[in-house]
Design a protein around this ligand. Structure first.
Ligand code: SF4
Ligand code: SF4
Length: 306
């Protein structure tokens, strides 16, 4: 195993007390005036992969020329800050294709995270939490994400303490929770979190999890968490929220986060036709049971600050 020389965990400028106050103030304004402070931003529509479980399969042949320039991104981010945004998650497409945008956000916002397929290494100057997708051992990850995907993740992120492996569980790999714990330990990354594959409304796919499989996953996760608590980046509340999945009636990730595509058009979480009654979204679990719940504060601090 490669030993990490990284300076992670990230610490915000100033004291944790100041940071806590900023967050409290932003939450208060959100509660009183509905002023949202969290954003999920598509920073590119391009991707290196064609995963079978991608929720963005319709993106087509996106081209870099159609994306905002680095200067335009900086202007956008400054504008978001003026609007009170302090927390951003950068998604896509594949965010590692735009390291300039990641670093521009890193310089500006209090909370910055991103989720990558791990095929391109994000520069070490981006000292924030990085969710790296890996869906089980080499053969299973290869089936879902393409041949060679597993080895490239290992080559890029072994020993990297910024990285939390992010495993998407489907009907084809729903028994890999225990195996993921071994992979995390061998790789020497910070830990692991899980998403469950969720379909668009009306979708028929062999990847969709049954209710029985969701219950099995919940048990696997609770057991794995009790054995490897320091590596498991989800608490019990998050696990239960995630595995239940029936959130069409209420979801704070939907109502309290600005979701925006590359052209700054509001969009829904995952896709506009996603079935929120078969949700398996880790960000939803964090927001609904973590960010807005004092009892989950320790987990929240680990998520952002290592
Ligand atoms: S890496 Fe992500 S965006 Fe790219 S194809 Fe796979 S799931 Fe979709
Ligand atoms: S998919 Fe899940 S997290 Fe996303 S808006 Fe729907 S219920 Fe919320």
């Amino acid at each position: 195993m490669v030993q990490s020389s990284r300076i992670y965990p990230f610490r915000p400028e100033g004291s944790l007390l100041r940071h806590g106050f900023q967050l409290f103030w932003a939450s208060l304004k959100e509660g009183l005036f509905g002023r949202r402070y969290k954003m999920a931003i598509d920073i590119t529509d391009r991707c290196t992969n064609h995963c079978r479980h991608c929720s963005n399969r319709e993106r087509g042949d996106a081209r870099q020329e159609e994306e905002p320039t680095p200067e335009q991104w900086e202007e956008r981010f400054d504008g978001y800050r003026r609007r009170g945004i302090i927390s951003v998650i950068m998604v896509g497409g594949e965010p590692a294709l735009r390291p300039d945008v990641l670093l521009a956000a890193h310089r500006r916002f209090l909370h910055v995270t991103t989720i990558t397929n791990g095929q391109i290494k994000i520069p070490e100057s981006f000292q924030r939490r990085i969710y790296v997708s890996l869906d089980g051992p080499e053969e299973i990850t290869g089936r879902l994400r393409g041949r060679g995907a597993f080895r490239r993740v290992l080559a890029n992120y072994e020993g990297d303490r910024r990285a939390v492996l992010n495993c998407v569980l489907t009907a084809e790999n729903h028994q890999v929770v225990g195996t993921m714990m071994e992979i995390v330990r061998e790789m020497g990354v910070a830990g692991v979190s899980f998403n469950l594959y969720g379909p668009n409304i009306g979708e028929q796919s062999p990847l969709i999890l049954s209710r029985e499989q969701r219950r099995e996953i919940e048990q696997q996760m609770l057991e794995a968490r009790s054995k490897h608590r320091s590596l498991f980046f989800m608490n019990r509340r998050m696990i239960r929220w995630l595995c239940d999945g029936r959130h069409a009636d209420r979801c704070l990730w939907r109502s309290r986060t600005v979701h925006q595509d590359l052209r700054e058009t509001p969009r829904k979480c995952y896709s506009d036709t996603f079935d929120c009654d078969q949700c398996g979204c880790h960000s939803g679990a964090v927001t609904c049971t973590g960010l807005n719940n004092l009892l989950s504060l320790p987990m929240f601090l680990r998520l952002f600050f290592g």
